[in-house]
Structures are given as C-alpha cells and as structure tokens.
Design a protein around this ligand. Structure first.
Ligand SMILES: C[S@@+](CC[C@H](N)C(=O)[O-])C[C@H]1O[C@@H](n2cnc3c(N)ncnc32)[C@H](O)[C@@H]1O
Length: 197
C-alpha cells in the first residue's frame, strides 16, 4: 500500500475509534433515565435545554413525539439529522429570554446552569408538566470541573426558586460515585395541573 494512503487509513481508523468511545462513554444519566421511565404515560411536548449531542433528547423521543433540543452550537446538527428531534440553535444566555410563552410537558436540563434565566426555565413547564434537572453542585470543585461557582448549584437552590405551583418529588444534593465522583444536584418536580388564579 502507498505510504500516504496507509497513514490516511491509520488516522481515519483512530478517529472512528475515538469518536465511538466518546459516544459510548456519554450515555444518558442513569438518574434522568429512571425519572423519565417513572412518568409512565405518553406526553405531548418536551424540551432538552442545552442539549449537547442529545443523549437525553433521544431518551425523551422514546416517550414524547414532539421533542425540541436547544443548544447554541450549530455543529451539533449532525447528531440530529434523520431524527424526529427538532434542534433549535439559539443563545439561551441572551438578556431577553428567547423562550417566552413556550410551554412543555417535560423540561429537561442536564449539566447546564445559567442562573439569570433559572426562573424562566421553571416557567417553561406547562400545567401538569415535569421539570427534570440534574447538574453539578457546590463542592464539586474538590473533584474537578466544573469548579466555577457560576456553574454549580447551591443546596436547595432549585427548591427555593420553585413557586407554590410546583410539587417537589425529589430534591437531592450530595456526592455521587457514578459515572464519576462528583457533587450533584438532582431535582424532579411537577407543576400542578390547575394553576391557582
Ligand atoms: C456540558 S454540556 C451538556 C450537554 C447535555 N445537556 C448533556 O448533559 O449531555 C453544556 C451544553 O450547553 C451548551 N451551551 C452553552 N452555552 C449555551 C448558550 N448560551 N445557549 C445555549 N446552549 C449553550 C453547550 O453548547 C453544551 O452543549
């Protein structure tokens, strides 16, 4: 085989293997999968906030026919080609919240935090809908990244933000051992079906 062609083939093989490894190691969160499975009935619309390559959007699409994945990185579109998931590329950190008057039956956030729009994120949950939120918490800096306080939830922070319209089903804050040792905040809540006047 020609030397140049051989080098190209080896590099290509490595790229394919590394890409496959990255995808395998970034399966959905066990906790999120468990919460979604517990919902047990088909829902109308779901959104995956700051979806990345969509590891949870794909889980959502098993439950819900109408899934929107939102991220500001247009390069992610390759992961959503030929799927039923609608990737919307917008900046979720612009001063004016871009999702005003959008309501979903499931709002999912994983490994993402932008405090100035946290209240707006709660507002995305329609009557009877669910918020499933898992990200890193204060103290995670002991174990690695993220370590910036702007990216770390405080204990009880989401519960404090939830209005009376939300019933908190689970609110965990602490160290976890999987998939790696970290401090995690896990919040699962439902917005009441009939909102108070
Ligand atoms: C750590 S990744 C988490 C991805 C995914 N939620 C997951 O758990 O696999 C954070 C994601 O937030 C997205 N992101 C960061 N800043 C953003 C912004 N201003 N607007 C929308 N998405 C943003 C990034 O592009 C990235 O995909």
């Amino acid at each position: 085989m020609d030397r140049g062609l051989y080098c190209w083939w080896v590099v290509n093989l490595l790229v394919v293997r590394v890409t496959a490894k990255i995808h395998r190691s970034s399966g959905p969160s066990e906790w999120i999968a468990k919460k979604l499975n517990s919902l047990g009935r088909p829902f109308g619309r779901a959104v995956d906030i700051a979806s990345g390559a969509g590891r949870h959007s794909f889980l959502l699409s098993e439950l819900v026919s109408d899934v929107t994945a939102i991220d500001n990185n247009p390069e992610l579109s390759k992961y959503f080609k030929e799927t039923r998931i609608n990737l919307v590329c917008i900046d979720l950190e612009q001063p004016t919240w871009p999702l005003n008057d959008h309501f979903y039956d499931i709002v999912l956030v994983s490994n993402y935090l932008y405090r100035p729009h946290l209240t707006n994120t709660f507002e995305l949950v329609g009557p009877g809908g669910f918020l499933v939120y898992e990200t890193f918490g204060e103290g995670n800096e002991r174990f690695g990244k993220p370590s910036d306080p702007n990216f770390l939830l405080k204990p009880g922070e989401l519960r404090k933000l939830a209005s009376d319209e939300f019933v908190v089903i689970e609110d965990f804050f602490g160290e976890v051992g999987r998939p790696q040792v970290a401090v995690k905040s896990r919040f699962f809540a439902r917005r009441m079906e009939h909102l108070s006047e």
